[in-house]
Design a protein around this ligand. Sequence first.
Ligand SMILES: Nc1nc2c(ncn2[C@@H]2O[C@H](COP(=O)(O)OP(=O)(O)OP(=O)(O)O)[C@@H](O)[C@H]2O)c(=O)[nH]1
Ligand SMILES: [Mg+2]
Length: 309
Amino acid sequence: MQIQWFPGHMAKAKRLISENLSLVDMVIEVMDARVPLSGDNPDFDRMLGDKRRLMVFNRSDMADPAVTETWQEYFKSKGIPCLFINSKERKQAMQVATAAYNIMADKIQAQRDKGRRPQPVKAMIVGIPNVGKSTLINSLAGRAAASTGDKPGVTRGKQWIDVGNIQLLDTPGVLWPKFEIPAIGLRLAFTGAIKEDVLDIAELSIEFIKFLQSQYPNCIGDRYGIQDASQMAPLDVLEAIGIRRGCRISGGAIDYEKAAALILHDFREGRMGRLTIDRVSDVEDFARQAEELRLEQLNRGKHAKNQPD
Ligand SMILES: Nc1nc2c(ncn2[C@@H]2O[C@H](COP(=O)(O)OP(=O)(O)OP(=O)(O)O)[C@@H](O)[C@H]2O)c(=O)[nH]1
Ligand SMILES: [Mg+2]
């Protein structure tokens, strides 16, 4: 299943981020703790240049704590400053404000040294769609200042929100034009970062069932009371969920789309327990796949050049 996704409004959102970069002191990149690798937008590295950056892995209340620990160690070993939080909890969100302040501490001190009152830290919040950027801002502000929702594409334009000694710029979620590695598109789609209207829900749920069978083999059985679900063909699992949950079309046949939507919705609502999709071992795996794809493209290019006109 190939997912391609880059509507015009995302190009506009990217422009908005680039155009406002000079107005901010730093960038807070919000990511989903369940996909620390697949959710890493490669365009941000290019767009954000050497702007100071803090990575915030949000929804950590939904992620598998044991896997989160391995990711925390990974980022620590790379010297990348990051936080894993549930941004719905104000106390946890406040850690972001403290970390942002620490990242800017030298500049704040420099202002004090010159006898000036420090200016509020200006931070732009960026991230892929639906990761909780606006929720984090609201928690920090202590009020519903920015619109939020359980679907991608809620924030449409930029919005400044004052949260005491930090000014935050909310921005719309952005993806990148092409998921070179198909698994990345799938994993983002599992989490709800991609609009459903470009997805084949039944096909996506089959891929999700395959993921559960390999990484969390007891999960389907526990949630839906289906015995031996990890040994069954994925389509049979989907059918069994449909039967269990009464997903039927008129005439009584199984409504596969409804069953598919149900399992994905259950995951996105955290009803299957705490699950993480990306593993640290995927870093090398994805790098290898990307390298193979690059070589393949290179060879294809050479081959095309050698063809007679
Ligand atoms: N469980 C949990 N849910 C969260 C967390 N952060 C955000 N959410 C939920 O995730 C959904 C998306 O949140 P938003 O803040 O609208 O996400 P966004 O990144 O601003 O999305 P766009 O503006 O569409 O790009 C909402 O239903 C939030 O309640 C979190 O840390 N934990
Ligand atoms: Mg938003």
